[in-house]
Design a protein around this ligand. Structure first.
Ligand SMILES: [Mg+2]
Length: 166
């Protein structure tokens, strides 16, 4: 069984408002076809790994980013955990909800080698450190593919994923 790891913006969700960037935590709606594609894929676990450069750019607070993920957990009740990197340097990784190595909410990991900010492989390597299962990463941007490649994890673009599992 495979653990499915997804990028958030443009992969699991799009903005409800139609704006380019999420303008409030609830300005999110599931990307068309993604919920069904996840069901059809049938992952053993579902995780999210997301850059949140909007925090570094001061478009949103860290609290607002956390609320954004809490709303994501409502949109995707089967989502087991989410990681996000809020800083440009890629030194911080917030981990929300359950993961097997700890009880936490949120847990903050400090950089220990690979940048957490995609295209750095740090977030995906952190997830790899929790599980022995096969992983698949799904995203929508070149940095998603680059991060997966650097972490040696198979990658599918969101369009290919939805096409294959719709
Ligand atoms: Mg994206």
């Amino acid at each position: 069984m495979t653990i499915l790891v997804c990028d958030k913006d443009g992969t699991m969700t799009t903005t409800a408002s139609g704006a380019r960037f999420v303008d409030s935590p609830t300005d999110q709606t599931p990307l068309l076809g993604m919920q069904q594609a996840i069901v059809n894929f049938g992952p053993e676990l579902l995780l999210c790994a997301s850059n949140q450069g909007g925090v570094a750019a001061s478009y949103k607070s860290i609290g607002s980013a956390i609320m954004e993920f809490e709303f994501l957990f409502q949109l995707y009740p089967e989502l087991d955990a989410a990681c996000f990197c809020p800083d440009y340097a890629g030194k911080l990784c917030y981990v929300l909800k359950s993961a097997p190595d700890a009880d936490f909410s949120p847990q903050i990991k400090i950089y220990d080698g690979d940048s957490y900010r995609k295209p750095g492989p740090g977030m995906l390597k952190l997830i790899q450190s929790w599980y022995r299962n096969d992983l698949l990463y799904v995203g929508d941007r070149p940095e998603d593919e680059q991060a997966a490649s650097a972490a040696n994890i198979p990658y599918l673009h969101i369009n290919a994923f939805i096409k294959e599992y719709s």
